[in-house]
Design a protein around this ligand. Sequence first.
Ligand SMILES: [Zn+2]
Length: 96
Amino acid sequence: MSGLSFSDLFIRCSYCAKPISKFQRTIDHVIPVSKGGTEDVNNKVWSCRSCNQKKKDLLPREWLQVLEEEYSKTKHKNQLDKIKKQINSILKYAGK
Ligand SMILES: [Zn+2]
């Protein structure tokens, strides 16, 4: 990745949906590499530092539980549904 493209400005965290600046963004392995995840592009999503630190090496299902708890305190249920769909499609792809 080099330069700053238009889409760079609008990258959002896949988990909390907050816009993330170039310097705060991290790539999260949805299925942690330590737990059998691959370097496949389908296993990678943008994540802000704080979500990435919270997720650590939780498995997607464990992480969804954490997110469900967090989202139950907010009104952003749509975002949670989106995350669930995304994670489920990744799990399907990975055959887990
Ligand atoms: Zn986040």
